[in-house]
Ligand binder design. Sequence first.
Ligand code: IMP
Length: 176
Amino acid sequence: MSNLEITTLLSEEKIQNRVAELGKELTKKLEGEEVVAVCVLKGALMFYSDLIRHLNIDLKSEFIGVSSYADRAKSSGEVKLTLDLNSSVKDKHILLVEDIVDTGLTLNYLKKLLQARQPKAITTASLLLKPDALQEKCDIDYVGFEIPNDFVVGYGLDYAGAYRNLPFIGQVISLN
Ligand code: IMP
């Protein structure tokens, strides 16, 4: 594991409370819809699994994989699809669940890709947003927390593949 100096930015309790709130709001919005909840791998895995347990509705679960960071702490600016959905989303209401919106490139790429498959609607939820890092306009329906433009790890988010299993979100003080 790499040796990063990390301080807690969002505690486990704070994250869990907010995820429960988002679950309630999304339950209201998605009731009665034919929902396909799409987890954006790998970073959203924790947020997704906690969030869907707070959704009091019927839903199908799907996974999509993208990569833009390779092993770096900065976006390469190029989004690559690494895993596609397993079933059709035509006429379904997609709930697209992201870990973090940084430049906005990944979410916009995914929305365009999924829109082309003719869903009834796409609702987007991201646990984190770095407003100061946005490079393009990016509309997100539900945001857990807005955070400063610093690199963060934990609760699914990684640095070079490590730290995803931390139960809190940590801010990286120094990258060695
Ligand atoms: P974007 O395309 O720049 O908005 O970046 C989206 C993806 O980059 C996210 O889904 C994350 O996987 C990754 N990412 C962005 N910022 C961070 C960070 O601070 N820590 C870890 N991963 C990040």
